[in-house]
Design a binder for this molecule. Structure first.
Ligand SMILES: C[S@@+](CC[C@H](N)C(=O)[O-])C[C@H]1O[C@@H](n2cnc3c(N)ncnc32)[C@H](O)[C@@H]1O
Length: 209
């Protein structure tokens, strides 16, 4: 892991202390509902990338083979507590999404929630997701991105360095573009909140370039 990646990882180690409290209002307003909906779509052998403090774990369907990774040891420690508290069986591993230890084509579904705002090299991370997802598998992501509204987008650009420094997350990523650049062909994008929070579904991984 290079110096920049390590700095982001450490920021999340630090953020793990206040992450759930800080995000609680957003969870109550909408995120929890979106998480529940996404979790109800999971099937087969599943990978969650960037599990964080484990906010999705309570909603994991029972009986699935679920592995979840994160590169921050301290975020992962919180996720382990959530798995125990909710009596969920999940294989939690410390791993870099940009260089996963899994063999190719081994998951039926891969999902992320608010992760590609912070993966240091999104194209690399998306390439890895593509590698580990089966060709007939499905990828689902809920991600916040830069607004394409002129003024709002500009405000996000201006504030971004501050947010990255405090939190490790970028608020001006163009994640749908990154997904296209990573070579995925069949992408369905649904706006969940304005043009900022999006649900992104990727199928026909085999047809990706
Ligand atoms: C904004 S948090 C979101 C956590 C969780 N998915 C959620 O919905 O609350 C982003 C998470 O992605 C993790 N992350 C960022 N880059 C990563 C990478 N390269 N490999 C693994 N995890 C990464 C961070 O450590 C952090 O826990």
């Amino acid at each position: 892991m290079d110096k920049h990646d390590d700095a982001i990882r450490k920021r999340y180690d630090r953020a793990s202390l206040f992450y759930d409290i800080m995000e609680a209002p957003m969870e109550m307003m909408a995120f929890e509902e979106w998480r529940i909906q996404l979790m109800s779509e999971l099937k087969g052998k599943v990978l969650e990338v960037g599990v964080g403090t484990g906010k999705n774990i309570a909603f994991y369907p029972d009986g699935l083979d679920i592995t979840a990774i994160d590169f921050s040891e301290k975020m992962l420690a919180k996720a382990k507590i959530k798995a125990m508290q909710n009596n969920k069986k999940v294989n939690l591993l410390q791993m870099d999404a940009q260089k996963m230890d899994f063999p190719g084509n081994c998951f039926d579904m891969v999902f992320t929630t608010c992760v590609f705002c912070s993966v240091p090299d999104p194209i690399k991370g998306l390439g890895e997701i593509r590698r580990v997802c089966k060709p007939d598998g499905k990828i689902i992501m809920i991600e916040h991105v830069r607004s394409e509204k002129a003024v709002l987008g500009l405000i996000m650009d201006v504030l971004n360095p501050l947010v990255v420094n405090m939190h490790g997350a970028n608020i001006n990523r163009r994640t749908v573009e990154s997904i296209r650049m990573a070579g995925f062909a069949e992408i369905k994008v649904t706006n969940l909140w304005s043009d900022i929070v999006k649900k992104i579904e990727i199928v026909n991984i085999k047809d990706s370039i």
